[in-house]
Every structure is written in C-alpha cells, then in structure tokens.
Design a protein around this ligand. Structure first.
Ligand code: VG1
Ligand code: CO
Length: 542
C-alpha cells in the first residue's frame, strides 16, 4: 500500500544543461531527492504498468537514492523497474536499456564530470522513452511541479540487495536487477568490426584507456580487455569509486593529466583515451597528439564509411553551437546537412529521431550517434579503434591528412570557475547590451564582423530556445563564444570558447596557444572578464 509523506517545496530544483545537480549535503536533506523524483513521476506521461530504467554512476549517495526511487516507483504505478547491478549504469547504457526494453523513461543518477564523495556533487536526470534526456518542455514542467509539491508517495518496503541479479517483487511491482554491461557490450559489437580491431592488436596496435575510477571501468574491462583481447591492465582506474579517488572524473588534458603526459612521453602507446564520471564523454589522444573533441567529431565523420554501422553513409551531422566548425566542412564535402544546436545533448534527440542526423558532437568531449540518444564515451573510443584498425596509420598522420584536406580549426575553451553569480550575471548583461555596437570595431587587431545571442528553433517541433550563448564573429572566420555553464554547483562558471580557422594552405602546424593568443586578448577586452570577475587567467584551459 502506498504511503503518503507530507512535504514542502525546495527552492531551485531547476534542471540545468543535464539534470538537477547539487552538492551531496543538499541532496541528503530529508525530502530533497523525494520531492524531485515525485515531481518527475507527477509530470511525465506514461501508461500505468510501464517500465522505468534506474541506475547511476556509482558516486556517493547513489544507492540511497536508488532504494528510495524503487519504493516510490512502486507507489506511482510503474509495473517494472530495471536496475543496473549494484545500482550502476553508464548514461549511454541506460539510454540503450530504455530503448531496448521499451521503457517509458529512466532516472539516471549522476553529476557526470563533477567531483563526487560526501562533499562532492550528486545529480538526477530524467530520460524519456526514446532514451534521450528530457527536452526543455518536460524539464520546465518538472521544475514547475517542484514549486508546489506537498506530498510524495512510496510503498513501505525494506532495502533490496542491489548486487544480486534477478527479479524481486516490491509492492506488486517487479524489480529486475540486470547485468549493467551485457546489453551495452552486445550493442557495441553490433556496430563495430571487433575482428578488425583484434587483428590490428595482434599486429601491434597498442593502447591505454583511463576510466578515471568512474563508471566505464566494468564496461571497458569487458569490451577492451575481454572481448578485444587487450592485455589486463590496459584499462586504468577500472574500479568505480564513490569519490572517483578524489579526482574530477572529467576527461580533458587537465584532469586526465597522467594519461595525457603518458601519451606525450617516450613510452606512449599508439592510442590513449579516457571517459568521464557517467561514461558519456571521451578524451582522444594519439601518440604525441591531442585530438580536440571538435576535431574528433569531424575526423570520425570523415572516416565513418570504414565502420560497419555507418558503411552506408551519414544522414547528417549535428554539433552544439560552441563546437568548432570542423565538422561543417566534412558535412559539406559529404553533401549532407550540418545542424547547429544549443549546448546539451537534449537538443539532438529530435534530429536523431527524425533521421536528420546520424552523428552528433560537442566540444566538451561528447560524441554519439543514433545507436542511443546520449553521448557515448566508449562508443567514440571504439569508433577510433575501428578506423585505426582499417587505416593502419598513426593518429598523428590521420590528423595531418585531415587538416591538409579540410583545413584546421584551432580551438580552446577557457573556464572561469566559481565566480560570484552576481558578477557573472553583470558581465553577461553588459555584453548583451554591447552587441549592437560591436560590428566594425577593431579589437586586439581583429575586426568584428557580427555579434549576436544564439537562438535556436528546433527544426522538428518548432520549439524556441533563446539566449543560448553570445557569439562574436571576426573578419577571416575566427569566433569567440561566451556562455555560463548550466552544470556547476558553486557560483557561476563562465565558459569562453575561442576558434580560428586556417585553410589547407594556411598554417597547420602552429601551437594552439599561440594561434589563439589574439582571440584571448580580444575576449577579455570585449567582455571585461578581469574587470568583472577579478580574474586575470582562466582556471581551466581545454
Ligand atoms: C557541460 C558541457 C556540455 C555538456 C554538459 C553535460 O555543460 O559544456 O557540452 O552537454 O556539460 O555533460 P555546461 O552547461 O556546464 O557548459 V555531462 O557529461 O557533465 O552530463
Ligand atoms: Co557525463
């Protein structure tokens, strides 16, 4: 029998770029997680008796919320809940389960690349029946519901053994504890040529994967070491830890520094990669060369025909607005469309469902395709391995040949973290007001060609998402984008994205920092970063 628990609303339960993210102590308050989950259950459309997928990245507090969500699902009319063993599901694996087993949706418990542990971050995200993150109309409705919620319901049942595979009845609802890895590994094997990769390995292809003590460890062990036959120890930090070993599980050259340095050193293998907290991001580093995520998207697209799943070509490419234009040039060469969406995977769902695009990517190390409705870290790694297995050339040569054909988009993101929110808001408000006066101005030796605030109209359902990032375009094709992060949990994070294009005949071997130096100076002059924030240098450059 469902039991009703009285509650009062919490302020600020507004999902950001990817779900609701707060510090663990915030989530530990009585009723906090319950209010949000009940608001989801009160809002999302579904038939009674439908299936819910449930799992998280294994961070601290994961099991507590999973146990409670099961009791609540039983009281809210679900017929079946699929839970990853130990409460573990990577984000792409959860997306796959939703699609494969016809679930009406899923709850993914993760704060992704944010640090974990008792003082770290926690998060909850709802995905819809297509397997993708709930679109804005739904997250808005959930947020509205959190403002008036006065009760949550749950059945009275003890905690389950989340580690024992099998089915259990909870208040008349079936809970199936499933192998977190099996379905996902099977999907990967159906997309890529594992035989070709195995042969390349036998012929000497070497690699290392850093799972960053986060969720992909068990997946990578099964796929890379067991199914592809790489030696044990190829996957580093393979055990998911509740606090990720005290690190940021963010696969970039800063937080995956050990891997990065190894790849730049004398003993580097041919290929290195890392993934994030919830397994949807990827870092790609060849021996002696870092591949920017924007370039990775373009290079995967240009070589997609070499991979079984994409042998018949791509229907289109989609990238988030701040992602570099490298993929656009590949789309042009392939004669297919390239879509530009706001930041966040939820904006790709409609394009994928409509068959308008096959692969998608973000500058933040997210890449994915129509095989699920999330970005997918291990998928990107296997895609690269499949291409390398077919082409049999070093990553460095592949990149050089790519740039020689399409030109090179030098690219960097500068993050200013934990700025006082009021200061960040002032910076953005001033910048917005200055937009009309910018075109024609000469700043740090660059001339502004155009300036706007990116607004997106979804080509499928016509929904409008305004104010998605401020863009400054310069004569010659360079660009600066400013936007505030929607995933942070402390103050505001300003992201500044710098991009400069050099054509095939231009300077293709420059150092990124040097090539972008003028743009960095211009960014500060245009937005008054130091004046508003007191910061003279970014906290993280990726
Ligand atoms: C960041 C990235 C964005 C990504 C989002 C979720 O958002 O910039 O590209 O989709 O994180 O990724 P923001 O609003 O902080 O810039 V994940 O792997 O943290 O779920
Ligand atoms: Co993630």
């Amino acid at each position: 029998m469902p039991v009703e628990h009285g509650t009062t609303p919490f302020e600020g339960q507004k999902p950001g770029t990817s779900g609701l993210r707060k510090k663990v102590p915030v989530f530990q308050q009585p009723n906090y997680a319950e209010n949000f989950i009940q608001s989801v259950f009160d809002t999302v459309p579904r038939e009674s008796g439908s299936t819910l997928v449930l799992g998280g990245d294994g961070r601290f507090h994961n099991r507590v919320v999973i146990q409670q969500a099961i009791r609540m699902a039983a009281a809210n009319g679900y017929g079946r809940v699929l839970v990853g063993q130990g409460g573990i599901l990577s984000t792409p694996a959860a997306s796959n389960l939703i699609r494969k087993y016809g679930a009406s949706g899923g709850l993914i418990l993760s704060a992704s690349h944010n640090p974990g542990g008792p003082d770290g971050d926690f998060g909850i995200k709802y995905n819809i029946a297509n397997g993708g993150p709930a679109p804005e109309a739904i997250t808005e409705a959930i947020f509205e519901r959190t403002k008036t919620i006065d009760r949550w319901i749950a059945v009275d049942a003890p905690d389950l053994d989340l580690d024992a595979i099998g089915s259990v009845d909870v208040g008349g609802m079936i809970v199936e504890i499933v192998d977190s890895v099996a379905d996902y590994a099977e999907l990967m094997e159906s997309l890529f040529d594992f035989t070709a990769i195995r042969e390349a390995v036998v012929d000497g292809l070497t690699l290392v994967i850093d799972s960053m003590s986060a969720v992909t460890g068990p997946y990578a062990k099964e796929i890379i070491e067991r199914r592809l036959g790489l030696p044990a120890g190829t996957v580093w930090n393979a055990e998911p830890l509740e606090d990720f070993g005290g690190h940021h599980p963010d696969p970039n050259p800063v937080h995956a520094k050990t891997l990065y340095d190894h790849m730049m050193g004398p003993d580097a293998p041919d290929f290195g990669a890392a993934s994030d907290g919830d397994g949807d991001r990827n870092l790609i580093v060849g021996k002696g060369i870092f591949v920017t995520p924007s370039d990775s998207l373009a290079m995967l697209a240009a070589n997609a025909h070499l991979v079984p799943a994409y042998r018949n070509g791509l229907s289109g490419i989609a990238r988030s607005m701040p992602t570099s234009g490298a993929a656009d040039r590949v789309a042009e060469a392939l004669g297919i469309s390239c879509f530009e969406t706001p930041t966040g995977w939820k904006f790709f769902g409609n394009l994928l469902d409509a068959g308008m695009t096959t692969i998608c990517g973000e500058e933040s190390a997210g890449t994915g395709s129509d095989h699920v409705r999330e970005k997918d870290g291990l998928w990107a790694i296997l895609f690269w391995l499949n291409i390398l297995a077919v082409r049999r050339i070093p990553v460095q040569q592949l990149a050089r040949e790519h740039w020689a054909r399409f030109g090179r988009n030098y690219y960097a993101r500068h993050d200013y973290e934990a700025i006082e929110t009021a200061r960040a808001d002032r910076l953005v408000t001033e910048l917005r007001a200055a937009l009309p006066s910018l075109p024609g101005r000469n700043i740090a030796g660059l001339t502004v060609a155009a300036a706007d605030d990116f607004s997106y109209t979804d080509p499928v359902d016509g929904s409008l998402s305004p104010q998605q990032g401020i863009r400054i375009f310069f004569d010659g094709g360079s660009r600066i984008v400013f936007r505030l992060s929607g995933t942070g949990t402390e103050g505001a994070t300003l992201r500044v994205y710098l991009e400069r294009y050099e054509g095939p005949d231009g300077s293709l071997e420059g150092a990124t920092g040097d090539m972008l130096a003028e743009l960095a100076t211009a960014a500060d002059e245009i937005a008054g970063i130091a004046r508003h924030t007191g910061r003279t240098a970014p906290d993280v450059v990726t």
